[in-house]
Design a protein around this ligand. Structure first.
Ligand SMILES: C[S@@+](CC[C@H](N)C(=O)[O-])C[C@H]1O[C@@H](n2cnc3c(N)ncnc32)[C@H](O)[C@@H]1O
Length: 302
């Protein structure tokens, strides 16, 4: 799921907002057990939905991959690979001599990804916490397409990625700058406030906001040199508020509003849908997003 976006009905209602999937750990509220487990709220239904609806993410992933200099024979880790569409495209570039590994903490997503496995392309259940089990200096490229904002311990993840990359290896991250104010965040917050009466601090927002400047600093401290930052736009279209909300759930692996009871979630979602319906005027919802594509090189011992 992505963050900064503008939502507009086809008649051009001009909103800037954050795509909530990030914006959302509505969760910490009810202190859900297992929130620290990235796949705790996922299901095969959400994974199948993501597989059907994630073309916009795939298209951005292809742009990110084009910046990473992958060539026949490359070894690539697609971390947070979801249902494996992008990993499969990477494997077409790396060829049978290459080695592409897709990892995702959700066994439901990996079950779908495994349908794509073939020579040079394999999948494994595991997230950023599991990187220490991979051999040091074993990858030319590590790719995180709309994943980094979901990682709880980002410093640990960058350290672990540094360890498994070969010297001079490349790290690609696509993300939306969730540190900026965004109207869709507001929409979700207002809806939740109406139902809950209050908003505990830090209620929404992925695991924590992700901004370009702090990310660059974190990369520098973790031994990376940022060599490319590009902005790109994508547009999602949802036929209805229901479809949009379903996609947020699928893209966030079920984390969207997962920290509240089923009944409370339904009430908040009803409010969100009412607001979206008012905005879209029955004509469908258009969401344009600005995504940042970042490439960093593992510095040191080159
Ligand atoms: C928006 S999806 C992106 C999936 C895929 N990269 C794509 O481009 O379609 C976010 C993915 O991040 C995964 N994820 C969440 N926390 C993670 C973690 N700590 N380490 C690795 N992946 C994680 C989720 O299971 C989910 O599949």
């Amino acid at each position: 799921m992505r963050a900064q976006s503008s939502v507009a009905p086809k008649n051009g209602f001009p909103w800037r907002h954050a795509y909530p999937a990030f914006a959302l750990s509505l969760l910490l509220l009810a202190a859900p057990s297992g929130f620290g487990e990235p796949a705790a709220f996922d299901s095969s239904r959400l994974a199948e939905l993501y597989e059907r609806m994630s073309t916009p993410q795939y298209e951005i992933g292809i742009k990110l991959v084009s910046l990473l200099g992958i060539s026949p024979g490359s070894s690539v880790l697609d971390l947070g690979c979801g249902t494996g569409q992008l990993a499969s495209a990477i494997a077409r570039i790396a060829g049978p001599q290459g080695k592409v590994l897709g990892m995702d903490p959700s066994p439901y997503r990996i079950a779908i990804a495994e349908r794509r496995a073939r020579e040079g392309l394999s999948f494994s259940v595991g997230g950023s916490d599991d990187l220490p089990r991979l051999a040091p200096r074993s990858f030319d490229v590590v790719c995180l397409n709309y994943v980094f904002h979901w990682i709880d311990d980002r410093r640990q993840a960058l350290g672990a990625i540094h360890r498994i990359l070969k010297p001079g290896g490349k790290l690609g991250i696509s993300f939306e700058d969730t540190s900026r104010p965004a109207e869709l965040d507001e929409l979700i917050e207002q809806s939740a406030k109406e139902v809950l009466g209050t908003l505990p601090p830090g209620l929404f927002l992925e695991t924590a906001p992700l901004g370009l400047a702090p990310l660059k600093e974190m990369l520098r401290k973790s031994g990376f040199r940022v060599v490319v930052v590009e902005k790109t736009e994508s547009e999602d279209r949802a036929k209805s508020p229901e479809e949009l909300v379903a996609f947020w759930r699928a893209s966030s692996a079920g984390r969207f509003l997962s920290g509240v009871s089923e009944r409370t979630r339904r009430r908040i979602l009803d409010r969100i849908k009412q607001r979206l319906t008012r905005a879209e005027g029955g004509q469908g919802i258009r969401i344009t997003s600005e995504t940042l594509l970042l490439v960093a090189v593992r510095s040191g011992e080159e």
